[in-house]
Design a protein around this ligand. Structure first.
Ligand code: HEC
Ligand code: HEC
Ligand code: HEC
Ligand code: HEC
Length: 416
């Protein structure tokens, strides 16, 4: 009798508990999980056109389309006039603009001054979803093709295929230079963690690189490590220069947007963050939650990008970022003036009759070093925010080396 009643009670109670649990799980899931719209697996392996992906991922497509609002790309030279003096004799001196939205990548590279397109096809390597396909099609020839030869074959800017496997939507690496650099470090690219990939997809492009002299292939100079001193040591060992400064006579190397290298070992990276944590935060789209695909300054959506961890309020955070960036800019300008002084001094000494050649060589090396460290900071986006202490350290070395260069150049011509 009693046991029957218990059974009946259980028959009612168990389903009620199950339903309550199910509702709870659904509720929490909706708040904690990101929405992947389906069905997945229907996009072709090599679908370079992001608008084809749009029908499966409309919320992501809308977020991606918002990149069109990121239109500003002022010249670097406006805020950093010393760069133009430093780049004399090199394509960058003609024109060098700050970046803007990913969707403009192709338009902007086509519009760039012809002086900067000498590297040929390599220039578009970071600008289009179609590049991995072209590298497959042409093999090593790709890097040797001229800009005009290749440009007719591309019409898609940076897009879904650059970071995702269309069948699984997993993150993946598509650029050979990064894969090769990781392999040379002994990394198994099939065993990268999810959090590593949330930065490494960006490291396909937001890194420094050079063109191998014979093959024009893009190479990441990371074999001695990812930091400014290790990269310079790598170039020094190879006695590699990209150009010779016409006034100073110095053989120079050019850093490019080293966001990934700078971010590594920073406070945030060692705390476990990835690029996507700040630049692709979760955003609400209707009742869904997705990773933002609008790549921009995290200060534009600081509530989503920062206050998930920092509780001190948005004003405090913006102030911290601005303070760091202003301090970096101030020291960067000091370094800029010091490097320009070294260039001017070298020019005078090289023209002086009977100058001490060995001293001049030493002065030129100090100039090479100073310009490398300064340029490394100046062209890396974020004005030092990604790693404030390392950035200021690099600028300190730049100032010291520039002063040494000035002193040595003066000694070379017998001036005090
Ligand atoms: C620059 C790299 C990059 C590009 C380009 C890119 N994504 Fe993503 N995408 C990511 C990252 C990073 C995540 C977060 C993945 C994670 O943490 O699992 C993500 C996540 C997603 C997800 C999983 C759900 C989510 O919101 O986290 C979908 C679906 C997605 N992207 C669709 C797209 C579509 C569609 C496009 C093209 C319109 C695209 N992505 C372009 C990097 C990219
Ligand atoms: C295939 C190459 C490529 C990949 C992958 C890539 N980027 Fe970019 N990114 C670029 C280029 C090129 C630009 C500049 C486009 C322009 O100015 O025309 C840019 C611009 C940006 C900007 C805008 C800068 C500004 O001043 O407004 C941000 C932010 C950014 N990227 C962050 C990221 C993050 C974060 C990732 C990884 C999730 C990533 N990018 C992956 C090539 C890439
Ligand atoms: C802790 C948060 C955080 C992380 C992680 C982070 N960034 Fe940033 N990033 C910022 C902030 C803040 C700025 C400065 C924005 C400004 O000046 O308006 C910035 C600026 C940038 C810019 C220039 C955008 C602009 O509008 O000026 C690019 C490009 C960029 N970051 C790429 C990356 C890449 C690539 C990674 C990973 C290697 C990364 N960031 C990691 C916070 C972050
Ligand atoms: C996933 C968590 C997380 C996010 C998101 C995050 N931070 Fe942080 N941040 C940390 C941690 C952890 C530290 C280390 C210090 C600490 O424990 O408070 C830190 C340190 C800092 C510092 C101290 C300076 C430094 O670099 O040493 C500043 C400033 C800062 N964050 C600003 C920001 C800004 C601005 C954003 C958004 C663009 C942001 N953070 C996003 C976790 C986060």
């Amino acid at each position: 009798m009693n046991s029957n009643r218990i059974k009946k009670g259980l028959l009612i109670a168990v389903p009620v508990v199950v339903v309550i649990l199910a509702v709870c799980i659904l509720f929490f899931n909706r708040h904690n999980e990101v929405t992947v719209e389906g069905p997945i697996g229907q996009i072709a392996d090599n679908e370079t056109d992001s608008s084809v992906w749009a029908q499966f991922y409309p919320a992501h497509w809308d977020s991606y389309q918002a990149n069109y609002d990121n239109t500003e790309n002022p010249s670097h030279f406006e805020a950093k006039p010393y760069l133009q003096v430093m780049y004399a004799g090199f394509g960058f001196a003609k024109e060098y603009n700050e970046p803007r939205g990913h969707v403009y990548s192709l338009e902007d590279v086509i519009a760039v001054d012809p002086a900067r397109k000498k590297a040929g096809a390599s220039c578009i390597t970071c600008k289009s979803t179609q590049v991995p396909g072209l590298i497959e099609k042409y093999g090593e020839q790709y890097y040797l093709m001229s800009f005009d030869d290749i440009i007719d074959e591309v019409n898609q800017p940076i897009g879904c295929l650059d970071c995702h496997d269309p069948k699984t939507m997993n993150l993946r690496l598509t650029r050979p230079a990064l894969i090769q650099a990781l392999e040379r470090q002994g990394k198994d690219i099939d065993k990268l963690t999810h959090q590593e990939l949330r930065s490494l997809v960006c490291a396909q492009c937001h890194v420094t690189y050079y063109f191998a002299p014979d093959t024009k292939e893009i190479v990441f100079p990371w074999d001695k490590g990812l930091k400014a001193d290790q990269i310079l040591a790598y170039y020094d060992e190879k006695e590699f220069s990209e150009w010779v400064h016409p006034d100073a006579g110095t053989g120079l190397v050019k850093p490019r947007h080293a966001e990934y290298e700078t971010f590594m070992d920073s406070t945030h990276q060692s705390a476990g963050l990835a690029c996507a944590d700040c630049h692709m935060p979760y955003v609400k789209v209707g009742n869904k939650k997705i990773s933002s695909h609008t790549w921009q300054s995290p200060l534009n959506n600081i509530e989503e990008s920062c206050t998930t961890c920092h509780r001190n309020g948005t004003d405090w955070l913006i102030n911290r970022v601005k303070t760091i960036q202003n301090q970096v800019k101030q020291v960067q300008d000091l370094a800029g003036n010091a490097v320009v002084a070294a260039i001017n001094e070298l020019k005078i000494s090289r023209e002086a009759p009977g100058a001490d050649q060995a001293k001049l060589e030493e002065a030129m090396y100090q100039h090479r070093k100073a310009q490398w460290y300064l340029d490394y900071v100046a062209v890396t986006n974020g004005y030092g925010f990604h790693n404030p202490t390392e950035t200021l350290n690099n600028l300190g070395i730049a100032i010291d080396s520039a002063h040494k260069s000035v002193q040595l150049a003066r000694e070379a011509r017998g001036a005090q």
